[in-house]
Design a binder for this molecule. Structure first.
Ligand code: NAD
Length: 480
């Protein structure tokens, strides 16, 4: 059986303990490879390698650094089919989705930050006849980057690209649930000529390998994407050590549909924003709020479209709904569907585990599920389910829609459907949400700030926000 290896000091190496954990193919419900069960010692080796590489990498002329990172982007493109297949097998997502979104976005992340750093400038502030200030932005040292399983290579590169472009060295940990593409990525880094120790990838459990990263005294900054509870724990551990923190956490995103919307566009995109990647995208709109005058029309048309979605083998190019990432996660989603019934919800389509055939007989599949009849403050509408489950609720007035939209502990993204420009601006102003999409969803310009309010996170990724996070400012003041 294939053994994934850690990537430390430019080499693929076994964990010091020699222990491995099982890695599942969720479409088959079967172990198909082994992951290093790394511990403190592996993390120490990775940090030592990163510290040794830092003086060379941080002082390398920026255009040379940029060329190496662009080479990695080119290699991702050249390996598109192989990486998309690996992502689909590891995660359960449709291979067509991995090929159209995950892998192209991973190379875009690398290329975007490899070139952004060429344009990253310092500021100067002149005090007339007194002094001149210039503000340098310097790489910090060894960055810890920890990513989740839902968009494995996509979110892994979204962190390490700005960290490396800014001149830091990195100790990164992908999710233990989906480690494969990060492992293949380490091979691409070797082929691209990334100097040894600049990027180190440690595989293993969050509570062991991840914990060793956040506790390490020589890692002064942590960029984390994952669940809110994990983020809270990381903040509690890292804050007393005065580490710089970026936390991208959970969401319970509203999708607000006004009667004056472009109905067909709102309908088509709402199916995507509800069920893409089996609803396992932090930006999925899991609470659909519909103005009462079109509520019945919308529910009927939405359910008809959802029923037509093909649930199938992720490797079948026609599949729209693939496997849930793990058995544990499938059980969690199913338990929320049971809770919805107890809370008085009506399951108007879906609601059950799907028994597949042949290769996928033991896989983890759930029907796309639509629930109505619930109030906005019940647990189903307050807690993140992170699966193919949405609720639809009617509203009468704009103020009511805003109150429901803002009425959770989260504040990651909101989508609004209206053809009324004035309403669009007004409502965008009122929403407590880091990202507001008007008449679209998941349209991403990598220069824009990305992140959430309230319990959806602290800090922003993307563009200059990310480059600022991965650098430390120093102001130099010269008397004139
Ligand atoms: P998770 O919090 O369980 O794990 C995320 C990562 O943290 C994994 O690599 C895990 O091994 C590691 N980890 C766990 N415990 C740790 C510890 N004590 N110390 C250090 N690292 C630790 O999250 P998940 O289940 O992998 O991902 C799903 C969650 O991620 C959802 O809540 C989703 O909303 C969120 N998410 C947020 C964004 C965003 O940009 N805001 C994007 C994608 C996913």
């Amino acid at each position: 059986m294939q053994k994934i290896q850690n990537f430390i000091n430019g080499k693929l190496v076994a964990p010091v303990s020699g222990s491995y954990i099982d890695n599942y193919n969720p479409a088959e419900g079967k172990v198909y490879s082994l992951i290093p069960d790394s511990d403190e010692q592996d993390v120490k080796n990775a940090v030592d390698a990163a510290k040794s590489a830092f003086p060379i990498w941080s002082k390398m002329p920026v255009d040379e650094r940029s060329k190496i990172l662009q080479k990695i982007a080119d290699l991702i493109d050249e390996n598109l089919d192989r990486l998309a297949m690996a992502e689909s097998v590891d995660n359960g997502k449709p291979v067509a989705l991995a090929k159209a979104v995950d892998i192209p976005r991973s190379s875009s992340n690398m290329r975007f930050f490899a070139t952004a750093i060429l344009h990253f400038s310092s500021e100067a502030h002149k005090m007339d006849n007194v002094a001149i200030n210039y503000t340098n932005r310097e790489p910090i040292g060894v960055a810890g980057c920890i990513s989740p399983w839902n968009l494995p290579l996509y979110l892994f590169t979204w962190k390490i690209a700005p960290a490396l472009a800014a001149g830091n060295c990195v100790v990164a940990k992908p999710s233990e649930i989906t480690p494969m593409t990060a492992y293949l990525f380490s091979e691409l880094c070797i082929n691209a000529g990334l100097p040894k120790g600049v990027l180190n990838i440690i595989h293993g459990l969050g509570a062991k390998a991840g914990q060793a990263i956040i506790e390490h005294q020589d890692i002064p900054l942590i960029s984390f994407t994952g669940g809110t509870a994990t983020g809270k724990h990381i903040a509690a551990t890292a804050a007393p050590m005065f580490k710089k923190l970026s936390l991208e956490l959970g969401g319970k995103n509203p999708n607000i549909i006004f009667a004056d919307c472009d109905f067909d566009q709102a309908l088509k995109t709402s199916v995507l924003s509800s069920f893409s990647n089996q609803g396992q995208i932090c930006l999925c709109g899991s609470r659909i709020l519909v103005e009462r005058s079109i509520y019945t029309k919308f529910v009927d048309a939405f359910v008809a479209k959802v029923k037509a979605l093909k649930i199938g083998d992720p490797l079948d190019g026609l599949t729209k709904i693939g496997a849930i990432v793990s058995e544990d996660h499938m059980k969690k989603i199913l338990s929320y569907i049971e809770l919805a019934k107890k809370e008085g919800g009506q399951i108007i389509t879906g609601g059950k585990q799907v028994q597949m055939e042949e290769r996928c007989t033991n896989g983890y599949f759930i029907e796309p599920t639509v629930i109505t009849g619930l109030g906005h403050d019940c647990r189903i509408n307050q807690e993140e389910i992170f699966g193919p489950v949405v609720t639809i609720m009617p509203f009468d007035k704009q103020e009511e829609a805003i109150e429901y939209a803002n009425g959770t502990a989260y504040g990651l993204s909101t989508t609004v459907w209206t053809e009324n420009l004035k309403r669009a601006h007004n409502i965008a102003n009122e929403l407590k949400s880091g990202i507001v999409w008007i008449n679209c969803w998941m349209v991403r310009d990598l220069r824009t700030p990305f992140g959430g309010m309230k319990q959806s996170g602290v800090g922003r990724e993307g563009g200059n926000e990310a480059l600022r996070f991965f650098t430390e400012t120093k102001n130099v003041c010269i008397k004139l």
